[in-house]
Write a protein that binds this ligand. Structure first.
Ligand SMILES: [Mg+2]
Length: 171
């Protein structure tokens, strides 16, 4: 694999619904290629889907910040360079981030990179990351360190797999 750029942020969000017209962002995890991390949970008191109730709400235990504060902190972490965000099932992460910032106001390169396509191009099942444990095992990563559906842990696993893919391609 010969990446186009090293200016990457591995990125994951959790949100209240799969319907982007109804849902809002609940948490964001980001990891730079260097390993530098950022995590935030947002204030939200609206409806959540049954799946989110069962799988996400109990994992959101950090202090909550306003949307304005979230925008400020994310911009500080990301910097001015418009890095490429790389996410799994990236259409949702992108759309909820655009909803948070507004379409022309987010600090990322406009075109998100789809992690599933990268797996596909390496001959790997693009669905494997639906099951974090399976994906970690496939790449020899200790899955017990990561809690699936926690935005920061999901972003960390993307970075780990990316580094393995880069390694495998260079050998
Ligand atoms: Mg996630």
């Amino acid at each position: 694999m010969k990446p186009f750029s090293q200016d990457i942020i591995f990125f994951d969000t959790e949100f209240s619904s799969l319907d982007p017209c109804e849902g809002e962002i609940l948490s964001i995890g980001m990891v730079k290629l260097s390993g530098e991390e950022f995590y935030i949970e947002l204030e939200y008191d609206g409806e959540v889907s049954e799946w989110v109730k069962d799988n996400i709400l109990h994992t959101l235990i950090a202090p909550k910040v306003s949307r304005e504060e979230a925008q400020k902190q994310i911009k500080e972490f990301v910097g001015e360079g418009k890095p490429h965000i790389m996410a799994y099932v990236n259409q949702f992460d992108a759309i909820y981030t655009y909803k948070l910032f507004g379409i022309d106001n987010h600090p990322f390169h406009w075109l998100p990179i789809d992690f599933a396509s990268m797996l596909f191009a390496h001959g790997k099942d693009p669905e494997m990351l639906v099951d974090l444990e399976r994906a970690c095992k496939e790449f020899g990563i200790d899955h017990t360190k990561y809690k699936q559906h926690h935005a920061l842990d999901d972003a960390k696993v993307l970075r780990k797999i990316y580094l393995k893919l880069a390694d495998q391609s260079s050998s």
